[in-house]
Design a protein around this ligand. Structure first.
Ligand code: NAD
Ligand code: IPM
Ligand code: MN
Length: 351
């Protein structure tokens, strides 16, 4: 079992450090390498995703990724910015299916931004497409002869991209409560019309799944009004990015949401993947020991489950996180006082 740790920038190294301690404590003999990404890699090697990093990633069974993003790098040419590391890994490794589960842990019902009775019903999975959409279309920023500026990013999906993510989402729904809600903006966007047409076609192969469609603006509202109505949500790259940050606050904090990015490649024990918290490098709290590492620790559990076939170990980690929360070990993001190391210690003590 070989994994690679990519700490990245800001709180990335702080939260991955805690997750690594948890993985080591399991005593599974997992071979762990580190590789540079993001602003840290740019500063050391002149590129946010050095070829060495990609090679190490390709040789492993899975990646545990912290976060990238550094305000010092926000004026660099776009291809050199830290964010290109995560976008580049997702694309180069064809990790097109991003699974972002959101459920309320026991003890967190009162820490959601929503009323406890609304929040406690949340148990949903966002399946976000990760290799297409406006993220990867033609883009430009240009200045005309008269000095007026224009920026553009082309939004597009081809049907094979929609088909493969639809299959992932329907299968996920089959393994859960059997309900799939496809979120789009088909009342305005042709990209979304194609998305909807293809999802409806693929549905014929999954008659046991109940399919519904929702416009993204309504979905944002419904996530706050009655999030308990959702089982699996499937959506495009941009809408999924936004809705998952929103879902995180519905269950308590962005410091709690883990994710798996998967493709079709298999490992000896499961599916190859990249695992990361949904949050970013949080420059506002970096270096202060304030970040909640639970999202990264839960991402490590997803890695063990999906890429290493270690379901029992993943269960142990998730149970330890749940127990720590029940015992009131809460980070500042959840209104508590526990710091990064303290939260890591609390999870370790409950493994
Ligand atoms: P962010 O997720 O980094 O932070 C948003 C807010 O949430 C901040 O106030 C931050 O302090 C808080 N927060 C985030 N994670 C937390 C945690 N674990 N514990 C406690 N509080 C936490 O988003 P942003 O501020 O918009 O972006 C900062 C940088 O991160 C940018 O450069 C952005 O591009 C990058 N980013 C990277 C990723 C990634 O690596 N996958 C994801 C999102 C943003
Ligand atoms: C995420 C992030 C990334 C995204 C950025 C940093 C490229 O927001 O992983 O959610 O938009 O996908
Ligand atoms: Mn995001």
């Amino acid at each position: 079992m070989k994994i690679v740790i990519m700490p990245g920038d800001g709180i990335g190294p702080e939260v991955t450090h805690e997750a690594v301690r948890v993985i080591e404590a399991l005593g599974l003999g997992i071979d762990m390498k580190q590789a540079a990404v993001g602003g840290a890699a740019y500063k050391a090697y002149g590129h946010p995703l050095p070829p060495e990093t990609l090679a190490i990633a390709e040789a492993a069974d899975g990646i545990l990724f912290g976060a990238v993003g550094d305000p010092d790098c926000d004026t660099l040419e776009r291809h050199l910015r830290p964010e290109q590391a995560i976008l580049g890994l997702r694309k180069a490794l064809t990790l097109f299916a991003n699974l972002r589960p959101a459920k309320v842990f026991k003890g967190l019902e009162d820490h959601s931004a929503l009323r406890p009775e609304v929040a406690s019903a949340i148990d949903l999975l966002i399946v976000r497409e990760l290799n297409g959409d406006v993220y990867f279309g033609e883009k430009g920023y240009r200045t005309a002869a008269d000095g007026t500026r224009e920026g553009y990013d082309v939004m597009s999906y081809c049907e094979s991209e929609v088909r493969r993510i639809a299959h992932v989402a329907f299968r996920a729904a089959q393994g859960r409560k059997g309900r799939l809600c496809s979120v789009d903006k088909a009342n305005v966007l042709e990209t979304s019309q194609l998305w909807r047409d293809v999802v409806v076609e693929i549905h014929k192969e999954y008659p046991d799944v109940q399919l519904s469609h929702m416009y993204v603006d309504n979905a944002a509202m419904q996530l706050v009004r009655n999030p308990g109505q959702f089982d699996v949500i499937v959506t495009g790259n941009l809408f999924g990015d936004i809705l998952s940050d929103q879902a995180s606050m519905c269950v308590g904090s962005i410091g709690m949401l883990a994710s798996a990015s998967l493709g079709e490649r298999k490992t000896a024990h499961g599916t190859y993947g990249l695992y990361e918290p949904i949050h970013g490098s949080a420059p506002d709290i970096a270096g202060q020991g304030l970040a909640n590492p639970m999202a990264t620790i839960l991402s490590a559990a997803m890695l063990l489950r999906h890429s290493l076939g270690q379901a029992a170990a993943a269960d142990r980690i998730e149970a330890a996180v749940g127990k720590a929360l029940e015992d009131g070990v809460l980070g500042r993001d959840l209104g508590g006082r526990a710091g990064t190391t303290e939260i890591g210690d609390a999870v370790l003590a409950r493994l």
